[in-house]
Structures are given as structure tokens and as C-alpha cells.
Design a protein around this ligand. Structure first.
Ligand SMILES: NC(=O)C1=CN([C@@H]2O[C@H](COP(=O)(O)OP(=O)(O)OC[C@H]3O[C@@H](n4cnc5c(N)ncnc54)[C@H](O)[C@@H]3O)[C@@H](O)[C@H]2O)C=CC1
Ligand SMILES: O=C(O)CCC(=O)C(=O)O
Length: 376
């Protein structure tokens, strides 16, 4: 096969900010995956694996590069000794899953020899990683019965609720969740749990999901609570008049098009990479919409999977996840004091942490095995 020089050069330009990108190809199981390691200054890379039927390899590569960079920010902002990484499997989670595919993926993860730890993300579940775990121990968030910390979407959802409380406190001088209205996009592992708790608190919810079963289930759940529920179509969710928009599905959903439609006072959700590009942070600010940086809001799952390597301990995880409340309040205050965006305020913290640690590590020493890796 002939390789074009130009394309190769373009590829290196594309991944210039990353340490390593691994394409995983296993025709026997149908596995096509990309693992991206962004930055291991703080420790081995850590990040979930997304399964999605990307329309092209380029789209998958773009997604994994952005997601893994986001993990570097998330680890640094949460004070964790891990770097940024992420993986994507190019396949439809509804039809293409098999134990063999996840075992094959586990073998590729193992080949990185501890430079990359992974677990669930959009489209994957803890059960999928029980298969991968048969091939590698560099897996987090496996079920409790296998010695893991279990479903990381539980602390992620908890963290989103703390972030909503902080936002309510900042905007309305009361952290009470029940007094407000929310527009939730996506009722998956995270969004559904957030919706449940908000309904229990008596809040008013507008929700949407492309999965009919999730809609039926939340309707059923709402009927036993004091909360109010209204189902809206996928494309209507952006224009809903509510206090807070809570994106819990895919990334890139705040863009020039959707920004015009937003009728909320804040955006606070679990979705990774919510802003289509950096300019949107400023545009949100100009529109008077408070933006809670996604990598602060959705750090609960990461906190749990990072903590799991010390041995599962839900109490410790909850205590660490609670810090999201104060972190976010501080970012809101810092942004106001500096007259800057909340994203800039959060990124300043990340830059500071990475700069501080750079002297400790060089590219080769970063490959070290973490000292707590005693399970093998
Ligand atoms: N699971 C976790 O612990 C963490 C998740 N996140 C992020 O939060 C987001 C949600 O994650 P999960 O709940 O784990 O994923 P999931 O796959 O369990 O749920 C996603 C939900 O969004 C729905 N959806 C997809 N496209 C939609 C559309 N156009 N309109 C409305 N609904 C749509 C799906 O039907 C599904 O119910 C993702 O962006 C993920 O990267 C971030 C940190 C941790
Ligand atoms: O939540 C997880 O299982 C890993 C962390 C992660 O991938 C994320 O925060 O996006």
C-alpha cells in the first residue's frame, strides 16, 4: 500500500497536542477503535471509552482528540494524579456489541502497559468492561461484585446535582433544587438519575431523549413524585423557557445555532465538550447565560474511577464529589472578579496545576506504573 506524505504530515499536525494515538483494528471481532493519550504530566492517562456509530473515521478521531484533551483538564481541575486519555469504538451500541469485541479492546488497552486506564462512557456499560477486564487490569468502574467501584454515572449524576445547587446559589441566593425549572437533554445513565432527583425535590422538568423507553420510564417515575414533567421533542429542548439547561447527551450542542434559541439563565450538564468551539464561552457570557464548565460539573465519575485504584470506598468518593459545589462557586466568583469567562477561569487553574507538576515528570518517567497498582 502506498502512503501519501501529505496525509501523514496532516495527521501529525492534527495530533500535535497529543502524546500518542493508537488505532486498534481487529477484523475477527469487528473492533475498530481509537485510543488517544493527550497528556500524562500528572500520571497515567485515564478516561472512559465511548461507543458510537461515527459517520467517518475522521469524525471519530476528532471526537477522541477533544475528549482526551478534556480529560487532562478534568484530572488537573479535580486534583487527581492522572493524565488525559479517552477511547472511542466505532460501532452502534444497540447492535454491534459482543463479549469478543470488548475482550479484543481489552487486549489493546493492555498493550499500553498502564499508560491508559479506561471504563464506561456514552454507549458503554460496566458489564461491557467485565469482558475487557478478562484481558487487562487497566480497567476502572467494573461492578462491585468483581471488586470494582461500580457504576461511575452515580457519582457523575451526584456531581451534576452539586453543580446545579452551586449555580442556584450563585444566581438565586438559594441552593434549593426544587424551586427551579430545568431542561434536560438525554435520559441515559447520568441524565436519568439527575432527572429522578430533581423530580424528588419537586422541580419542574422539560426532558427529551431519542430513546422512547427512557421517556416512558421517566413518565412513570414522575407520577410518584411532587415534581412536574413535560416531554419535548429533541429539537425543541434548546428553546424551552427554563432556569437551567442540563445537557446530558452528546457534545458540541452549544453552537451559534442553538445559542440563539436558548432561553435559560445557565447551562449546567454532564455532557463532555458542550461548546462547539472556544468562542461560544464568550458568546454565552455576552448573552447573560452563566456557563458551568463541563469538566468541573461532570468530574464525579472520574473522581470515583481514579479513587478506585486505592480500593473502592463510596464515602471517600462522595466527600470528594461534594467539592464540585465549592469549586464551581469559586470559578463563578473568579470569572466575575477577572471579568473573564467561566471557562477561562477554570482553565487558569488547569494551567497552574500542569505548570507546577511539569518539573517533576519528563516524557519517560511519566510511563511509571502508579504505586497503588498492586492488583496484578
Ligand atoms: N457516565 C459518566 O459517568 C459520565 C458521562 N459524561 C458525559 O455525559 C454524557 C451522557 O453520558 P451517559 O449518561 O453515560 O451516556 P448514555 O449513553 O447512558 O446516555 C446518553 C443519552 O442521551 C440520549 N441521546 C442521544 N442523542 C440524543 C439527542 N439528539 N437528543 C436527546 N437525547 C439523546 C441517548 O438516547 C441516551 O439515553 C456524555 O456526553 C458523556 O460523555 C461525562 C462524565 C462522566
Ligand atoms: O466516568 C468514567 O468512567 C471515566 C471518566 C470519564 O471518562 C469522563 O469523565 O468523561
Amino acid at each position: 500500500m502506498e502512503y501519501s506524505r501529505t496525509e501523514t504530515k496532516d495527521m501529525f499536525e492534527k495530533i500535535a497536542g497529543h502524546e500518542q494515538v493508537l488505532f486498534c483494528n481487529d477484523p475477527a471481532t469487528g473492533l475498530q477503535a481509537i485510543i488517544a493519550i493527550h497528556d500524562t504530566t500528572l500520571g497515567p492517562a485515564l478516561g472512559g471509552t465511548r461507543m458510537y456509530p461515527y459517520e467517518s473515521v475522521d469524525a471519530a478521531l476528532d471526537d477522541v482528540l477533544r475528549l482526551s484533551e478534556g480529560m487532562t483538564h478534568k484530572c488537573a481541575a479535580s486534583g487527581l494524579d492522572f493524565g488525559g486519555g479517552k477511547a472511542v469504538i466505532i460501532a452502534d451500541p444497540a447492535t454491534d456489541k459482543s463479549p469478543a469485541l470488548f475482550r479484543s479492546f481489552g487486549q489493546f488497552v493492555d498493550s499500553l502497559n498502564g499508560r491508559f486506564y479506561t471504563g464506561t462512557d456514552m454507549g458503554t456499560t460496566t458489564e461491557d468492561f467485565v469482558e475487557a477486564f478478562k484481558e487487562t487490569h487497566f480497567i476502572n468502574g467494573i461492578p462491585e461484585e468483581y471488586g470494582g467501584s461500580g457504576d461511575s454515572s452515580i457519582p457523575t449524576a451526584q456531581g451534576v446535582l452539586y453543580a446545579l445547587e452551586a449555580t442556584n446559589e450563585h444566581l438565586f441566593n438559594s441552593r434549593d433544587l426544587g424551586k427551579r425549572s430545568y431542561a434536560i437533554q438525554g435520559l441515559g445513565k447520568v441524565g436519568y438519575k439527575v432527572a429522578e432527583q430533581l423530580l424528588e425535590a419537586g422541580a419542574k422538568l422539560f426532558v427529551t431523549d431519542i430513546n422512547e423507553a427512557a421517556i416512558l420510564s421517566i413518565e412513570n417515575y414522575a407520577s410518584g413524585t411532587t415534581g412536574e414533567l413535560k416531554i419535548v421533542e429533541s429539537d425543541e429542548i434548546y428553546g424551552v423557557e427554563a432556569d437551567i439547561f442540563v445537557p446530558c447527551a452528546m457534545g458540541g450542542i452549544i453552537n451559534d445555532e442553538t445559542l440563539k434559541q436558548l432561553q435559560v439563565k445557565a447551562v449546567v450538564g454532564s455532557a463532555n465538550n458542550q461548546l462547539s468551539d472556544n468562542s461560544i464561552a464568550e458568546k454565552l457570557q455576552q448573552s447573560g447565560i452563566l456557563y458551568a464548565p463541563d469538566f468541573i460539573v461532570n468530574a464525579g465519575g472520574l473522581i470515583q474511577v481514579a479513587d478506585e485504584l486505592y480500593g473502592p470506598n463510596p464515602k471517600r468518593v462522595l466527600a470528594k464529589t461534594k467539592t464540585i459545589y465549592q469549586s464551581l462557586l469559586k470559578i463563578y466568583q473568579q470569572a466575575e472578579m477577572d471579568a473573564t469567562t467561566t471557562t477561562d477561569a477554570a482553565n487558569q487553574k488547569v494551567t497552574h496545576v500542569l505548570e507546577e507538576q511539569k518539573h517533576r515528570n519528563n516524557f519517560f518517567s511519566r510511563k511509571r506504573r502508579p504505586k497503588w497498582e498492586v492488583r496484578e
